[in-house]
Write a protein that binds this ligand. Structure first.
Ligand code: FPP
Length: 232
């Protein structure tokens, strides 16, 4: 009997290439983001089927605020239209939604929709889907350290487990597989602490084209990696 290939417990995605996908079709960039949203729907379904328990998506970084105001407005309008509807569908599929990132700086309606989606799905036991929105790895670590200092934690009590417990991801395991689409080879301030031993997978495929065949390609690649975590 052959053993099942090792599966990652936690897969994180840097969704890149929506703009280029739209441009190649002579469409406005927002249409690329809309298509990217469709990809997310298929992805959640497929990874759930494959038995991956934790999936995290980089939807909007703290650096994305540098984009043109028009694009930011469009992107947030798209998210405002989608979160409620998608949350209901995900809830029916037993998916638990979490938010990573700061709520300050986000529109009150989005904050409210996210809080409702998190609350609605909080008892679900299927796929754990975390959305990094207004998220930055350095900001997350800074906020965690601030909380520790404010709580008056003693120097000798500071350790990795304590820092981990103060991150937005305190309920998630470390990232096993970090996927980035559209050919870029950067970490872009995403899950810096949590990806310390993640396997990296880069593909030239643009995010809207990242379908279940591409997901399986990434999982198959992961299955062949020899993870040593610094050992031999
Ligand atoms: C990268 O493509 C994509 C983004 C910055 C945004 C992705 C966000 C979504 C699809 C919405 C997700 C929302 C929720 C609530 C899950 P790009 O614009 O950087 O593409 P380019 O590099 O080709 O220009």
């Amino acid at each position: 009997m052959t053993e099942a290939p090792p599966l990652p417990r936690h897969v994180a995605f840097i969704m890149d290439g929506n703009g280029r996908w739209a441009l190649a079709r002579g469409l406005p960039r927002l249409e690329g983001h809309r298509a990217g949203m469709e990809t997310i729907r298929g992805l959640a379904r497929h990874l759930g089927k494959r038995g991956i328990p934790y999936v995290t998506l980089y939807a909007f970084s703290t650096e994305n605020w540098r984009r043109p105001a028009d694009e930011i407005r469009g992107l947030f309008r798209l998210m405002a239209q989608s979160i409620k509807k998608e949350a209901r569908a995900l809830h029916e599929n037993n998916v638990r939604i979490r938010h990573l990132g700061r709520t300050e700086g986000l529109d009150a309606k989005i904050v409210n929709d996210i809080a409702e989606a998190v609350e609605l799905t909080s008892v679900n036991t299927g796929l754990n889907l975390s959305i990094a929105l207004n998220y930055g790895g350095r900001q997350e670590l800074t906020d965690a350290l601030r909380r520790l200092v404010a709580a008056g934690v003693k120097t000798e009590d500071v350790n990795e487990a304590l820092i981990n417990a103060h991150l937005d991801t305190s309920e998630l395991p470390d990232v096993d597989l970090l996927v980035r689409t559209a050919g870029e080879m950067r970490i872009s301030n995403f899950l810096l602490w949590q990806s310390a031993y993640a396997e990296y997978y880069a593909t030239p495929v643009l995010w809207p084209d990242f379908d279940s065949t591409e997901v399986d390609r990434a999982l198959a690649d992961f299955a062949h990696r020899k993870r040593r975590f610094g050992g031999l």
